[in-house]
Design a protein around this ligand. Sequence first.
Ligand SMILES: Nc1ncnc2c1ncn2[C@@H]1O[C@H](COP(=O)(O)OP(=O)(O)OP(=O)(O)O)[C@@H](O)[C@H]1O
Ligand SMILES: O=C(O)[C@H](O)COP(=O)(O)O
Length: 402
Amino acid sequence: MFKTLDDIGSGKRVLVRLDLNSPVEDGIVKDNRRFARHARTVRELVEAGHRVVVMAHQGRPGRDSFVSLDQHADLLAEYVETPVAFVDDICGEAAIDAIRSLDAGEVLLLENVRMCDDELPEKPPEEHADSEFVRTLAPEFDCYVDDAYSAAHRSHASLVGFPLVLPSYAGRVMQAEYEANTSIANREFDGPVTMVLGGAKATDVIDVMSALDDEIDHYLLGGIVGELFLRAAGYDVGYDVGDGELYDHQWENNEARIRDLLAERGNRILLPVDLAYETDDGERAEIPVEGVEKTQPLLDVGSQTVERYADVIEESAAVFVKGALGVFEDERFADGTVGLLEAIATTDCFSVIGGGDTSRAIELYGLDEEYFSHVSIAGGAYVRALTGQSLPAVEVMAQDDC
Ligand SMILES: Nc1ncnc2c1ncn2[C@@H]1O[C@H](COP(=O)(O)OP(=O)(O)OP(=O)(O)O)[C@@H](O)[C@H]1O
Ligand SMILES: O=C(O)[C@H](O)COP(=O)(O)O
C-alpha cells in the first residue's frame, strides 16, 4: 500500500509528522499513549542515523489547549530515550538554522504547526504543496515520514502537502493503524464479526452502523447510544433527566435512522437488558430495563448485559469496539466497559479497540494491551476508517510517486 521505514535507508534528513495532540489541563500537557507509540517510530529513525525533524500540532486556535509544543519535546524525549531539542519556530530563520545544525541521530521538534497560517485551511494536496510553508521546508529534507494516522482525516499542509514534493514513507503507527482499522473491508474472518458500540456520540455510531451491513453479524450496544436505541424500542430509557443535555437533542437528530436500523437489523442488534444507576447513598445498583423510570440517570450497562454480550464475543472471530458502555471514568460505573474488554481479552479473536476515550479505559484499569490485536490512538480517523471513508493523508501517501 505504501512504503515504510524499511525502505528509507540510513543517514537521511527526515521530516516526520506525528500526532502528539494531547489533553491540556491548566496549561499542563498530559502524558498519554500517543507519546509512547510515536516514540517507536522516532527511535527507529534515530537508530538508523537519520537527522530527525518532528512536526506536530496541539489544539485548535482559540481553544485553551492551543499551546506551544515545548512540553511535548520533554515528554517525547522520555519515551525515545534521547534528547529532543525544541525550536519555537516552524519555517522561519530560527527553524531553518536549527534544522541545518542537526547531526546524525539527533531529534528536533518544531513549534505547533497550527501556529503557521498555511497549515489549517482544508485544501487539496496540490494547493498545500504549493504553500510557502511546504516550499520553504521541503528543500531541507531528503524524505517525509507520516506517522500521524489519527490526524489523517484532515487535509492540512503538514499532512498532505509534503508527500507531493518529497519521497514519503509510513511510520510504524501509521502502518499499524491502517492495517487494523481497515480490516473489516480488507480481511476475511473465519466466523462472526461483532461490533461493540457505545459512548456519547450517537451520530458517529449510527454512521458506522449505516456504512456497514453484511460485514457485521452482531452489534452489541451500550452507553448513551444504547439507551437511545432502548428508547426507540419502547423503554423509558434514553431521556434527559433534570438539566442534563445528553440525550434529547441526539434523539431528535437520529430518531429516524435508529428506528430504521432497528426495523432492518433488529435480529443482529443486541440492546442492554439491565442498567446501572447511583443510589441515594452513592452506591452502584442495577435494574432490568423494564423497571427503569424516565427520571433515573443511567450510567452503565448491568451485569446481565455483560454476561449476554460476553457469550456473543466468545463465539466471534473478530470484535471491533467504538465507544464505552458506561461512564468508566467513575470506578462504580466501569464494570460494563471493563467487563466487555476483559471478555475480549480472554478470547483469541481478532480485536480492535478504538475511540480515543474508550481506549483510555485500558490503561485506567490496568488491562494489558497485548491481549488485543490493536488498540487505536485515533478518534475521528478511526470512525472514518470503519465507515470505509478514505483519509486524505493516507490517500496522498499511497499515490506518492516522488
Ligand atoms: N450512560 C452514560 N451516561 C453518560 N456518559 C456516558 C454513558 N456511557 C458512556 N458515557 C461516556 O461516553 C464517553 C465515551 O464516548 P465517546 O463517544 O467520546 O467515545 P469514543 O469513541 O471513545 O471517543 P472519541 O470519539 O472521542 O474517540 C465516556 O467518556 C463515557 O463517560
Ligand atoms: O486528536 C485528534 O483526534 C487529532 O489530532 C485531530 O485533531 P483535530 O480534531 O483538532 O483536528
